[in-house]
Write a protein that binds this ligand. Sequence first.
Ligand SMILES: Nc1ncnc2c1ncn2[C@@H]1O[C@H](COP(=O)(O)OP(=O)(O)OP(=O)(O)O)[C@@H](O)[C@H]1O
Ligand SMILES: O=C(O)C1=C[C@@H](O)[C@@H](O)[C@H](O)C1
Ligand SMILES: [Mg+2]
Length: 172
Amino acid sequence: MNIILIGYMGSGKSTIGKKLSQILDFEYVDLDNYIEEKEKNTISGIFKTKGEIYFRKIEKKYLEEVLILPNSVISLGGGTPCYGDNMKLITEAEDSKSVYLKASIPQLVMRLKDEKNKRPLISHLKSEEQLVEFIGKHLFERSVFYNQSNVTLSVDNKSVNSIVEEVILQLF
Ligand SMILES: Nc1ncnc2c1ncn2[C@@H]1O[C@H](COP(=O)(O)OP(=O)(O)OP(=O)(O)O)[C@@H](O)[C@H]1O
Ligand SMILES: O=C(O)C1=C[C@@H](O)[C@@H](O)[C@H](O)C1
Ligand SMILES: [Mg+2]
């Protein structure tokens, strides 16, 4: 079985995914890292040199590759479910459960304000106020996709270990 972690940038997909895979003794795949390895470039580098449309095209191609890996915890990129028919591919993937790690706007701002540089969609924002406004609008647009996940789990003010425990309780 595969567990697919979905959520906005900073919701904890990579952090939770790594820990969950260790506990379950599953393989761990982070789609952003997978793309970086295959393309021999960083996500920021791909956005800069080839643009977002190219990124979304290859993101779909690599999503299809990781969805058929056996017994894996798969952390997606923040935007992966929100383009083309990606969410359909995710919900229809065989033997898979998707989990939406749902974080509030203030929680995301707190986590992302010092980590903007790694994330090309927010790296240009100058102030915390701009970040709040951007995330508010963007999260609202994306929630329609995230909410199609099999399980939704609120992550605000919870430790990594307690979120991992909750994911396991919900799925097994
Ligand atoms: N439950 C948590 N409690 C406190 N901090 C957390 C928690 N989960 C994640 N973080 C921190 O929040 C930041 C973002 O987490 P992470 O990189 O795992 O998010 P992500 O969903 O993978 O983001 P992206 O979509 O940009 O890859 C990191 O600094 C991480 O250490
Ligand atoms: O939210 C997004 O659209 C993104 C999130 C990251 O995980 C990366 O996939 C990339 O920076 C785009
Ligand atoms: Mg990540």
